[in-house]
Design a protein around this ligand. Structure first.
Ligand code: IPD
Ligand code: CA
Ligand code: CA
Ligand code: CA
Length: 259
């Protein structure tokens, strides 16, 4: 895609997000309908579904030939990363959205021929959109972002997923012990934002493509490693144990010996 088209797509999607945020504030929150997916900790609301529906319809108009992979199933059964593939997580951190009304995000990403091209993560409560791509740079609203400082694991806070920690998975205890402290937000998007802003040294969690697709574009554009916890390449069409961190901490975590 030419730079002018990238900029047009970037601007258009930012406007969608601004509009959705406004609608959320005005209408949708009044009649929240909550249902269980796989259990009492895996919830979905009418807002998750509505936001995905709205975004899917808009993408079809903006980019008619694209395939769309959305968490709530309004998109396509995507089997290949050829051509244009969009990822949508309509509300990331649904539990936070329901219980706290903050620390949740809306995330979108566009991959072309498997290459992360554009992405958006909106911190809905604050109204900040982290967006951009490898060719146009990464921004928090209008402000251009730089690569975070390459600090060591022992000098930073590590973001993890609460569920994985409870299940004592992913060598999280060892990683936590080496770091300055563990942080759990309850939204992958919000944890990724901490890494993008250099407030956390890294984030590790097992997650689905819509949870990590946008962050992969943004963080790799900022020269941050984004791999599986073993340091291998991520499969964009299945669940992965994702590790992103400063280059220094990434190496330490990949090679961490369990004690
Ligand atoms: C979840 C959140 C949570 C993470 C889970 C995700 P959802 O996304 O990001 O922090 O630990 O793995 O599924 O379901 O709220 O979009
Ligand atoms: Ca969910
Ligand atoms: Ca979601
Ligand atoms: Ca999610």
């Amino acid at each position: 895609m030419e730079e002018q088209d990238l900029l047009r797509f970037d601007k258009t999607v930012q406007q969608w997000l601004v509009d959705i945020r406004q609608t959320l504030e005005k209408n949708l929150l009044a009649n929240l309908l909550i249902s269980e997916k796989k259990g009492r900790r895996d919830l979905v609301t009418n807002v998750d579904k509505n936001v995905e529906k709205i975004l899917t319809e808009k993408i079809h108009i903006l980019d008619p030939k694209a395939q769309i992979l959305g968490e709530e199933g309004f998109g396509d059964a995507v089997r290949t990363m050829r051509d244009h593939v969009w990822f949508i997580d309509p509300i990331d951190g649904t539990m936070n959205f329901i219980k706290q009304r903050d620390d949740f995000a809306i995330m979108l990403a566009l991959y072309i021929e498997g290459q992360g091209t554009l992405a958006w993560i909106m911190d809905v409560d604050k109204g900040i959109i982290y967006h951009g791509g490898p060719k146009i740079g990464i921004f928090a609203n209008q402000q251009k972002l730089k690569t975070p400082q390459n600090i060591r694991l022992e000098d930073g806070l590590i973001e993890v997923s609460g569920g994985r920690l409870l299940n004592q998975q992913l060598k999280l205890v060892e990683i936590g012990r080496k770091s300055l402290g563990i942080r759990i937000i309850g939204s992958a998007g919000m944890s990724f934002i901490k890494v993008i802003e250099g407030k956390a040294v890294g984030y590790v969690s097992k997650m689905q493509p819509w949870d990590f697709a946008a962050a992969k574009v943004l963080l790799e554009s900022l020269k941050m490693p984004f791999t599986t916890i073993d340091g291998t390449e991520i499969d964009m069409l299945s669940s992965n144990t994702v590790l992103t961190a400063t280059p220094c901490a990434h190496q330490e975590i990949v090679h961490l010996e369990l004690t």
